[in-house]
Design a protein around this ligand. Structure first.
Ligand code: SF4
Length: 124
């Protein structure tokens, strides 16, 4: 069975439903192309009580690994869709993924609003 790219670093507190979702996703072929399997595993997830400067440095190093990964887009979408709450996935930190998700929600709401206005105008 395939393992997620940095499964050895999954924090123990990941909720059961997210672990189950990850299990379902393990057959996705992109996992086999992940370069982070061969890199230092500790780059992708924060140890507890990590100082800010150390976190920023570690995340930048993880992003450099992601930047040369052939499945960065697939990994990023996986992390956004699950969503993965921790770690660097697809070159984005958890905080950056929250921003992307908020933008997507806002865009979807605007599209629905525009579609609704178009239906009203067409009916009127
Ligand atoms: S994009 Fe980054 S986290 Fe995702 S598989 Fe590639 S190296 Fe690993």
């Amino acid at each position: 069975m395939l393992q997620p790219p940095h499964s050895s670093l999954q924090v123990a507190a990941v909720p059961v439903q997210r672990a189950a979702a990850r299990e379902r996703d393990q057959d996705a072929p992109w996992h086999t192309e992940a370069v982070c399997r061969r890199d230092e595993a500790g780059l992708f997830f924060a140890p507890s009580k990590e100082p800010t400067a150390a976190r920023l440095s570690r995340e930048e190093a993880a992003k450099r690994v992601c930047a040369r990964c052939p499945v960065m887009v697939e990994c990023r979408e996986h992390a956004l869709l699950q969503p993965e709450p921790y770690g660097v996935w697809g070159g984005l930190t958890a905080a950056e993924r929250r921003v992307v998700l908020a933008r997507r929600r806002r865009r979807d709401m605007e599209l629905k609003k525009t579609a609704g206005q178009s239906r009203i105008a067409a009916a009127g």
